[in-house]
Design a protein around this ligand. Sequence first.
Ligand code: ADP
Ligand code: MG
Length: 255
Amino acid sequence: MTDPIIKFDKVGKSYGSLKVLDGLDFEVKRGEKVTIIGPSGSGKSTVLRVLMTLETINDGVVYVGNEPLWHEQRSGALVPAGEEHLRKMRRQLGMVFQQFNLFPHMTVRRNIAEAPVKVLGLSRQDANQRAEELLEMVGLADQAHKYPHQLSGGQQQRVGIARALAMRPKVMLFDEPTSALDPELVGEVLNVIARLASEHDLTMLLVTHEMRFAREVSDRVCFFDKGQMKEQGTPDELFTAPREQRTRDFLKAVL
Ligand code: ADP
Ligand code: MG
C-alpha cells in the first residue's frame, strides 16, 4: 500500500459561481479502502463522477494509476485527453450508484455479462460464466434469469455490484450504495461490500452515511466540506477524536 492509484492534485470544479471542488488534494493508495463522509453538497459524488469521466474539471490534475485522467502527455506537456484515452482510463474503475441503474429489459445475467462481451470482447459463454460466478459471490445464483423489476432493491444493488466487478476494475467506487434502500435491505448489501473489502488487492472508494459500516471496513476516513478535504484519519482517529470543529459538528449531527 504505497503508491497512490488515485490522486486529485489541486482540483477545481465550478458550476457558474458555485465552487464544487475547491483546490482539492486527495489520494487513495493501491489496495486501500477509503470512505468519504461529509454534508450534502460537499462534493462527494462529484469526486466519483469526475473519476468516471461523467464530469469535467476546471483546474488541477486527476491521476489514475500514474497517468493523468483528464489529460494526456504530449511532447512534454499536458493536453486535454481524447476519447480513446478517457475510455482506457475509465476501464480501470467500476462504479456502483445509489439508484441501481440496471438495464430493465435485460435479465440479471445479461446485465452483468453485456459489458464484458461488448467492451472487453469476451465470448458470450465466458461472460455468462463470469456472471454466474459473480452472482454466486453476491448470493444471487438462483436469480440469473429474472429481470430487475422482479428483484428487491437489495438484490438489484447486489446485481449492480456484480456488474461493476465483471469488468475486473482496479478500483471500485460506491456512491451511497444503500441510500435508496428500505432499512431492512441495507444489511445484505453492506455485507457484500464488506466481503469485497477483505480482498487485499481491490482498491475501494466509498461515499456513505452508514457510519458504523464506515468504521468497520475503512482503512481511512476523509471528511469533506465545501469541496475540500477538511480532515482525514483512521476510523478511530476520525470518529473518536476529530481535530476540526466542523468534523465534530457533522459527526454530532449524524451519529
Ligand atoms: P454531495 O455528493 O457531497 O452531496 P455533489 O458532489 O453531488 O455533493 O454536489 C456538490 C454541489 O454541486 C451541490 O451543491 C450540487 O447542488 C451542485 N451540483 C451538482 N451537479 C450540478 C449541476 N449539474 N449543475 C449545477 N450544480 C450542480
Ligand atoms: Mg452525493
